[in-house]
Design a protein around this ligand. Structure first.
Ligand code: ACO
Length: 320
């Protein structure tokens, strides 16, 4: 290991589209109610891109936000990774599009797709680049334009999703930083949550398909397991954990995970009521929200976890 062997988050950013869709708005589109959505998911509203906005706009705004917060010069960034399943291009990657918009050249830039677990996968990759000395300043952006692949006639899914982006700048440092990032996947669950590529199928089949209650059961079990795993491998008693920043998929899943690790809800960051499920961007969006509103402070210990299409899952224990 080199001297600068820890990856530390020095700045975060986020972006939510201006347009808001409330539960009341959805009552006019599908057979649902504000009461059902609130009770079953905890969601009250979600942000939605307007017709002329694309994923790349959110990626850029969140990135600039994070770079400003990190107080670094763009020329210091030596790796860009974007996590998304809803880029407006099949190629080039959203990361290359962002690199160009930021006016940076020659550094590596690539995308990953790990469903809702995108940001935890990004932390894992960035951590390894920094630990082995291949990068010193990494820009991560997780963004989703889920409204573009939502079936607005399916009440089982359209009430859940929103658009948004979250970003973080990580630098090499002599102290943590990231203490651990554990990731995993099981592709045998692929048919429970998917959207096929519009290149190969009719438009309807290229929209989100989800077997909600089956996903729910596996998510609750897996998230409890991985959250406990991160605490155990770091020998961290729950009293020493300041915040859980969970994937914002469903309020009941968030509460179940907090219960599994014996953490009171007062130490859980919840943004689902305002954002809905923004997939890969949900964890960094919640992280940035809580940093900016003053709940998360420097020196605190954070546990981030997510679960999503694949299935994929992951959890990261981080000293902020
Ligand atoms: N409004 C009113 N009624 C509805 C709605 C709606 N929007 N949607 C479904 N219902 C009805 C169903 O038709 C069903 O009616 P029935 O009993 O007459 O058949 C009833 O409500 C119950 O439906 P369930 O699907 O069993 O409801 P559940 O309590 O499981 O909640 C939900 C559904 C909110 C989708 C939940 O299952 C969930 O959150 N699942 C997990 C989502 C998730 O974590 N995804 C992972 C990441 S997402 C990603 O990777 C992109």
């Amino acid at each position: 290991m080199n001297n600068l062997s820890y990856a530390r988050i020095v700045g975060t950013g986020s972006f939510s589209p201006k347009k808001i869709l409330t539960n009341k708005d959805l009552e006019k589109i599908v057979d649902t109610s504000d009461e059902w959505i609130t009770e079953r998911s905890g969601i009250k509203q979600r942000h939605i891109l307007s017709e002329n906005e694309v994923l790349g706009d959110m990626v850029y705004d969140a990135a600039v936000n994070a770079i400003d917060a990190a107080a670094i010069d763009r020329s210091q960034i030596d790796l860009i990774i974007v996590a998304s399943a809803t880029n407006e291009y099949s190629f080039p990657s959203a990361a290359c599009i962002l690199q160009n918009r930021l006016g940076i050249k020659n550094i590596p830039a690539f995308d990953i797709n790990a469903g809702c677990t995108g940001f935890i996968y990004q932390l894992n990759i960035a951590n390894q680049y920094i630990q082995n000395g291949s990068a010193k300043c990494v820009l991560l952006v997780a963004a989703e334009a889920l409204s573009k692949v939502t079936d607005w006639t399916d009440r089982g899914t359209c009430v859940l999703f929103g658009d948004g982006a979250g970003a973080a700048v990580l630098v090499a440092d002599t102290k943590p930083g990231i203490r651990s990032v554990t990731i995993g996947a099981d592709g045998s669950y692929k048919d429970l949550l998917y959207a096929k590529d519009a290149m190969y199928v009719e438009k309807k089949d290229a929209l989100v398909h989800m077997a909600g209650s089956e996903v729910f059961k596996v998510a609750v079990k897996k998230l409890g397991e991985i959250a406990n795993h991160s605490l155990e491998i770091n020998n961290l008693p729950i009293e020493k954990l300041d915040w859980l920043i969970p994937h914002q998929a469903n309020m009941r899943i968030i509460q179940a995970t907090a219960k599994r690790i014996n953490l009171p809800m007062e130490r859980v960051i919840v943004t689902i009521q305002d954002q809905g499920n923004t997939s890969a961007s949900s964890v960094p969006l919640a992280l940035d929200t809580a940093i900016r509103d003053g709940r998360i402070k420097r020196g605190q210990t954070l546990l981030m976890e997510a679960f999503g299409a694949g299935f994929t899952w992951g959890s990261a224990l981080v000293d902020y």
